[in-house]
Each structure stands twice: as C-alpha cells, then as structure tokens.
Design a protein around this ligand. Sequence first.
Ligand code: SAH
Length: 346
Amino acid sequence: MEALIGKTFSEITKIVQDIAAPKFVSKQLCDWIYKKRVSDINSMTNISLKVREILSQQYTIGHIPHTKEVISKDGTRKYLFEYFGGVLVEAVLIFDNDRTTLCISTQAGCKMNCAFCATGKMGFVRNLTSHEIINIYSDLDAHINSVDKRLSINNIVFMGMGEPLDNFDEVRNVLDILTSDWGYALSPRRITVSTCGFMPNLKEFLDKTNTDVAISLHNAIKEERKNIMPVDKAYPIEEVVKLLRSYDWTKQRHLTFEYIVFKNLNSSASHVNAIARLLNGLSCRINLIPFNTVPDTPFVGADKSEMQAFATKLKNKGFNVTIRQSKGSDISAACGLLSTKENHNK
Ligand code: SAH
C-alpha cells in the first residue's frame, strides 16, 4: 500500500488520471489529506464510493504515529519515529512564547560528517521519503494540538538529522506541500532550511523555493573550516557565498549564517576578520550557537562571556548578530545531538 500524505498536487493528479476519476477529484483529495486531515480514505465523503474503493485498493492515508515522547525540563519535547526497515528518526518541538517550532529531519543519519555533530558520528542510514518527512509534521501538529488546543506548529526549521540539500528531490516536494495553497499553506517566512553548503542542489533550492535560508558557517578561515566540515573540501564556502550574492536578501527572504562558538577556537580577531571578508556587504544575520557537547569529540563550547565578546566584535564590524538560546539539552534534543545510534533501543 502506498501513502497519500507526502504526495504533491501533480502526483495526486497523476493518480486521479490513472484510476480514470474526474479531474476535480485531485483538489478534493488534497483537501481531505492536507486540510481536513482525515485518517482514512473512506471518510472522504464528497468523493464517490466507487473512486474511494479503487483508491483504497492501492493507497492509504499513511499516517505513522510517533513511538516515543521525551519532555525536557524547559518544555522542549523530543519524538521518535520508527520507519520502514527499522529506521529511527528524531524530531523536536521547541516552545517560545506563542511560537511552536518543529525541528524536522530529512535523513536518517548524515553523510556530511561534521566533526562536532552527533548525527554525523552515527553515519548515513538512508534518505527519508517525502511521506516520512511530511508525516513528522502532520503527526506532531495533531499531537501537540491534542495536548493543548491553543498549540499548533507555526515554525519549521530543517535543522534535525541530515543534510536537506543532499535529499533535495524529497525535500523539494516537502516544501511544496508545506507552502502551497492546496497543501498546508504555511508561509515560507515560517520555514528555514539549514544547509552546510552542499552546492549540487543549492542553486535549484534558491531558484525553486522561497523559504528562509540558513548556512552553517562555524569558521570562515579556509583551512580551519575544512578540518571541521569536510563538505568544504568539495564545496568551498567562498563558492557558496558567491552564489548567495546573486540573490536579493534585502526583501522578504532572509539569510542567516549559523556559527557555533567553541572555546578558544573560532572567535579570535582573525576569525572576525575572516567573517568580515567573506560576508562583506551581504545582507544577512549571524546567529551564534552555543555548542552542545557531543561525547567522543574534542570540542568544548565557549562560555557566555566569550560568546558575548565575539558578538560585540561582529556587531562592531556592522553585522546583525543574535545568540541562539539552546533548549532541550537534558534530553539530547538540542542542535547536533540528534542521533539514534545509542539513545534508543535500550
Ligand atoms: N545539515 C544541516 C542541518 C542540520 S544541523 C546543516 O548543516 O546546516 C543544524 C545546525 O546545528 C547546524 O548549523 C549544525 O552545524 C549545528 N550543530 C551540529 N552539531 C552541533 C552541536 N553539537 N552543538 C550545536 N550546534 C550543532
């Protein structure tokens, strides 16, 4: 049986053609799947019984509930999904005033192997399908609404497990479903896709989607970035920034550079100068991220005063700088701690 959630309007249209149903059924199907969010095909009451029967022979809605929930002291919630082939995937909900942010995963594991990231350490398992990624959103949006009627996911960051642009065929469909009127109709201003600078699909991503963009920078000195982020050897950050410069970031679409501040490692005057050279004149924000300690790595996070001093130096160069509040570290739900290698199955 094939799942209907995770299918784009054109894929649904193709299904409708294949079963020789009237054309208008495509729109009705999308409404039932993404707006009314029914859990079975039989509930689609304005679609003829015959069409529902034919559809049910091959398709299901495809809802896969999460199998585990852990709640942090600060309210952050981490979820586990068990997908086809025993694949384990994590997602996180972060609450901040009236903002509910979903941190979503696009791959089980990751190929990028950044030296400081727990997901990188677990290696690559496989790409998630559009169905599996959309299922995370639809399951958790319904779940959190059932916990508290006032809550729904109003922000999505692609900062969970995996490199979104290394699974772009599926991620493109996911973004289409999340932002289209026939889908969940979320504003692209509520969605941020984070990438380490994986160039092969970057241009297409920038051209064909309209979400906000975050680039994991972490070091602007060439030799140093290569050592902590192997992706830089194949796709140097200068090339990434060169491409980014050909887009307009002064209007609605925002560009952020993420920068983990390590203790005595990447926040000296020469690092500030390297950042200033790299990003000179580019309209963007620099978001400083506290390091979440990953076992078996030599990295140590900078303390608050070191981060603050670095932020000031960057601001003095004219940059718009923010410091990210890290949440959920007590349940390994914080940035870079998502790993399904040892945390589960115990
Ligand atoms: N692959 C994408 C998205 C996943 S990671 C990317 O690289 O952007 C989301 C963010 O968390 C990235 O900026 C990543 O570098 C950062 N991160 C990874 N490990 C971390 C850790 N241990 N502490 C804090 N941030 C981390």
